[in-house]
Design a protein around this ligand. Structure first.
Ligand code: NAG
Ligand code: NAG
Ligand code: NAG
Length: 420
């Protein structure tokens, strides 16, 4: 399935890897934080030639335990409450860490994601602001959503194809419903409940499986710069980085079957799993990552890409399954980035592409454009600055029938789609 184009990028991106230069820029120097970041950017498991992982921060039970009692006890959503495709956000609304109605302000999203999951302030600020501008009213947005609004209506700018557990919009006619076969594929990747740990390497393999599944089952599979390269990668890493349970024995975190099921609102025995929409729960006696180890922007893409450089290339199926073609970053950016540069700096390419592309395509007002640009340059600043793109060539995307910026939460099923 890998084209020669992908192979060329493989050479380019792995050649860039030993340095991991992009990941280290913008991190406070000399601190415990830096050590932690170095650890987190090393592939785990100690592959040949890779330095052994450094130690994660010492477990701190009092600060890492998340309260699910009293005012944070689980309350299932009622008829008027918004719940959508993101299990973590649904869980926080169910536990009153976000407003129970599922509509929250930028400030509330940042406070909740940093305190409950240990997301870095930089990443939380970007995700919250980007969502509120593109998918909300500029200051708040819904974790469910309707046409052109909320995460459910953000297909192509935020929510996207080849998600871990949610269906591809054009494959299933919904981008918000969990597809049990997708969950089961992940679930079965750790057969022994006693030792199960859905760690970052398991998630990388699952990400590859899901990417190939979209190519072979969704005629309109579309993998776009921000939603695909950036947000979609993040969604996979988030499962382990944010849902794992931490302890003194396992300070890096273990994500076992029960915790995974709780966060995805799955009940039942292994051969009879059942999904209940919107009932995601933070488990009782669950400990998030140490905030000294907050999950920041520089962490999160390159680990997958070292093994799977195709995740860093824009591409799409062209109306039929298995017609996936990559689209050159050079073409898309009118030559501002070469293919190798985009593969080596995917976050730069995707964010600069968004700065150039989104104002024109979304028709945002001047002040919202400024806020969006500000949110995005917060990301590129964390990376130490990026090469700008003055003009995008979106005509290359006309080859992609699934290209959209505001699809969902429901839509027609594409002719030739394969469901499972
Ligand atoms: C806290 O909530 C958990 C989960 O619902 C429950 O099992 C436990 O008994 C509660 N503890 C207190 C002190 O209410
Ligand atoms: C998290 O790990 C600790 C230590 O092993 C354990 O006591 C606790 O029950 C675990 N929490 C969950 C939700 O599995
Ligand atoms: C823009 O993209 C189209 C379609 O791929 C291509 O034919 C054209 O040459 C590109 N324009 C530039 C200036 O690269």
């Amino acid at each position: 399935m890998k084209s020669t184009f992908v192979s060329a990028a493989l050479v380019a991106s792995t050649a860039a890897f030993p340095h991991l230069a992009v990941e280290k820029k913008g991190v406070p120097a000399g601190s415990a934080h830096k050590r932690v970041l170095e650890r987190a950017t090393q592939p785990q498991g100690g592959a040949a030639g890779v330095p052994a992982p450094l130690l994660p921060p010492v477990f701190d039970a009092a600060s890492q335990r998340i309260d699910v009692n009293g005012s944070h006890a689980f309350v299932a959503p009622g008829a008027g409450d918004a719940r959508g495709p993101c299990p973590g956000l649904n869980a926080m609304a169910n536990h009153n860490y976000l407003p129970h109605n599922g509509v929250a302000t930028i400030t509330e999203f940042i406070a909740a994601t940093t305190s409950v999951f240990g997301m870095g302030v930089d990443l939380a600020t970007f995700l919250a602001t980007y969502g509120a501008i593109l998918d909300g009213d500029g200051t708040s947005w819904s974790i469910a959503g309707g046409s052109h609004v909320g995460i459910g209506g953000s297909h192509g700018n935020y929510e996207t194809d080849s998600s871990p557990t949610r269906g591809d919009l054009d494959q299933y006619g919904s981008n918000s419903d969990l597809v049990l076969s997708q969950f089961k594929t992940l679930y079965d990747m750790q057969p022994d409940a006693a030792t199960a740990n859905y760690n970052i390497e398991v998630l990388r393999t699952f990400r590859e499986t899901r990417f190939q599944e979209s190519i072979s089952k969704n005629p309109y599979f579309s993998y776009q710069p921000v939603a695909g390269m950036l947000v979609s990668q993040a969604a996979f890493t988030f499962i382990y980085r944010f849902m794992a349970n931490h302890s003194a024995e396992a300070p890096e975190g273990i994500l076992n079957k029960d915790v995974l099921k709780s966060f995805f609102s799955i009940t039942g025995d292994d051969d009879n799993l059942k999904w209940t929409p919107g009932h995601e729960q933070i488990p009782y006696n669950w400990y998030r990552r140490n905030t000294l180890d907050a999950y920041t922007i520089p962490y999160y893409i390159l680990y997958f890409a070292a093994e799977n450089p195709e995740f860093l290339l824009v591409g799409c199926n062209q109306g039929e399954v298995n017609t996936y073609n990559t689209i050159s970053a050079s073409t898309l950016s009118n030559g501002a980035y070469t293919v190798a540069q985009a593969a080596a700096n995917p976050t730069c390419f995707a964010t600069e592409f968004a700065i150039a592309e989104l104002p024109g395509l979304t028709g945002l007002s001047g002040s919202l454009v400024n806020s969006l640009t500000g949110a995005i340059t917060g990301v590129t600043g964390a990376l130490g600055g990026c090469q700008g793109i003055s003009k995008v060539n979106t005509s290359a995307l006309t080859a992609c029938p699934g290209f959209a910026l505001y699809g969902g939460p429901t839509g027609p099923v594409a002719k030739g789609a394969v469901q499972s």
